[in-house]
Design a protein around this ligand. Structure first.
Ligand code: ADP
Ligand code: AMP
Length: 214
């Protein structure tokens, strides 16, 4: 079962993806994580993507779409694919449809996690991530056992450079102006499931699993 997690920045896509990979025997493909890995390792892709990410803009499609196919084509046969943060505009969605068709595959469901804008700022400004693995915490809603330290790895937790209040506002605008049209796009394709993302992470997870009929 191949799934897209759709929703504004801070909706909880990454949080739910981590829970869903076990439930669905899936591989998570998170374009934001792939870009951050490339920036950290100073690859050519990382150098090209950095300025867009720093400004809270979308990285150009020609850089983004290829890296998604690289990741999809590495997924072992039989595993589900969980796309987190892709597609983010109509061009990417059409490229995804086309490429899945060429691979005799398809997207089965799009989980639209709905959270009002006013909650997003607080969620994102309180987000902390492990420097090494990118595991996500929240200083109030999902704090680590020891402040500033990842529970599993013991590495420090940091704030993403694009998680400041001003950049978050840009990113929410990009979502509202460019990405949210995908709700209608996938609704017309008959594969959209909308979930209330304002509940606790466990409650949101239960709603998703119930909606998928798992
Ligand atoms: P996204 O991947 O959609 O940008 P994340 O999963 O990283 O969002 O979540 C953003 C922040 O909000 C994180 O700090 C996370 O711990 C927190 N968070 C995620 N889901 C919830 C929730 N249901 N309730 C409260 N906080 C949440
Ligand atoms: P995320 O980790 O999903 O919050 O993404 C962080 C940043 O990476 C975004 O603000 C964009 O700059 C970039 N990005 C992630 N996914 C995409 C995508 N599908 N298309 C373009 N840019 C993306």
């Amino acid at each position: 079962m191949n799934i897209i997690l759709l929703g504004p920045p801070g909706a909880g896509k990454g949080t739910q993806a981590k829970k869903l990979i076990n439930e669905l025997d899936a591989v998570q493909i998170a374009t934001g994580d792939i870009f951050r890995y490339n920036i950290k390792n100073e690859t050519e892709l990382g150098k090209k993507a950095k300025s867009y990410i720093d400004e809270g803009k979308l990285v150009p499609d020609e850089l983004t779409i290829d890296l998604v196919w690289d990741a999809i084509d590495k997924v072992e046969d039989g595993k589900s694919i969980l796309l987190d943060g892709f597609p983010r505009n109509i061009t990417q969605a059409e490229a995804l449809d086309e490429g899945m068709k060429e691979r005799n595959s398809k997207i089965d469901y799009v989980i639209n996690i709905r959270v009002p804008d006013e909650l997003l700022i607080e969620r994102i400004s309180g987000r902390r991530v492990c420097v090494e693995t990118g595991s996500t915490y929240h200083i109030k809603y999902n704090p680590p056992k020891v402040e500033g330290v990842d529970d599993e790895t013991g590495y420090p937790l940091i704030q993403r450079t694009d998680d400041t209040e001003e950049k978050v506002k840009n990113r929410i605008d990009v979502y509202n102006n460019t990405t949210s049209v995908l709700i209608d796009y996938y609704d017309k394709h008959g594969i959209l499931i909308t979930i209330d993302g304002t509940k606790t992470p466990d409650e949101v997870f239960k709603s998703i699993v119930d909606a998928l009929g798992k």
